[in-house]
Design a protein around this ligand. Structure first.
Ligand code: ADP
Ligand code: MG
Length: 295
């Protein structure tokens, strides 16, 4: 080793043989591109503290529509009632390990993911105890965010279904989320709850997740024949403008029939209007994601 060369100027004549050990010059290091970080899943939480507004229906059917377009999708059931889990044909009463174990005992989430139309992290009735169990833990609002971090590279989209409350399970979903989709039944009374949801979101932005945004408000169970439904959508647009998705999810019994068979509506009735509506929503979501990426 020519240690001397490192400390003294090279003599004339020595210059043709630069010391091998020196490695590339600083400029070469700078020129080397940073290794690209692996793409991470976008996390969307479906939230509305009102029950029966189509959170679960929208989580499943948007997920399947995104997967039909070639995306890798995971859905996460954060509702102790386990409707999302049931809607893919699993019985929450027979599930031994669920999101409860992931959130409370830090079980790796892979261990509760089941293969279904898309990958599904299951819920069981135990999850009802998670709010209480989490409440005394440090980092109680970040349990889901932590659980998702190691698997974010494996998916393009992670869609999280939440229970009809603004408790710790929903807060965990909003903290883990990049975006929130708010399904709203097209009825005047359903619109009033949005103020409370917005307040919760502001609190989360201030304290826990500054980046979370409402991706869109999704009018569901829309019956275009009634003046009331049309007016409800008008009120939504007056208040939230561009945030209201262009896609309207119409009222039809297909959405109630499909889960009884353990299927999404896209698989249950692939060529029907109900399936088409969620395919249209998937395009809107993908266009929105692209627009944000290149904004
Ligand atoms: P949430 O998760 O908000 O409680 P769900 O997705 O479980 O709501 O929907 C509540 C009920 O309404 C379910 O029985 C579901 O099948 C039905 N449903 C969902 N979307 C529609 C729709 N567009 N038209 C008619 N019924 C619907
Ligand atoms: Mg639900």
């Amino acid at each position: 080793m020519r240690l001397a060369g490192l400390f003294t100027r090279p003599q004339l004549g020595e210059q043709e043989a630069p010391p091998q050990e020196q490695g590339p010059a600083r400029e070469d290091f700078a020129a080397q591109p940073e290794p690209e970080p692996a793409p991470q899943a976008q996390v969307i939480a479906f939230a509305n503290q009102k029950g029966g507004v189509a959170k679960t229906t929208s989580t499943l059917n948007l997920a399947v529509a995104l997967s039909e377009l070639g995306n890798r999708v995971l859905i996460v059931d954060m509702d102790p009632q386990g409707n999302l889990t049931m809607s893919q044909g699993f019985n929450p009463d027979h599930i031994t390990r669920s999101m409860f174990d992931v959130l409370v005992h830090r079980l790796p989430i892979e261990q509760v993911i089941h293969e279904a139309e898309v990958d599904l992290a299951v819920s069981s009735i135990d999850l009802a105890g998670a709010e209480l169990a989490l409440s005394s833990m440090i980092g109680r609002e970040r349990a889901l965010e932590k659980a998702l971090t190691p698997i974010k590279e494996r998916y393009d989209w992670i869609l999280v279904d939440t229970p009809p409350s603004l408790g710790l399970l929903t807060i965990n979903a909003l903290v883990a989320a990049d975006e929130v989709i708010v399904p709203v039944q097209c009825e005047y009374l359903s619109l009033r709850g949005l103020v409370q949801l917005e307040n919760t979101l502001s609190m989360i932005r201030e304290n826990l997740n500054p980046n979370v945004e409402i991706q869109g408000i999704l009018p569901t169970m829309f019956d275009g024949r009634t003046l009331h439904a049309r007016e409800a959508v008008e009120i939504l647009q007056e208040n939230f403008g561009e945030l209201v998705f262009k896609t309207r999810i119409k009222k039809t019994v297909r959405y109630a029939e499909a889960p009884v068979k353990g299927l999404s509506v896209l698989k249950y009735d692939p060529s029907g209007n109900a399936a088409a509506a969620y395919r249209e929503l998937a395009k809107e979501v993908l266009d929105g994601a692209k627009a944000r990426k290149y904004a």
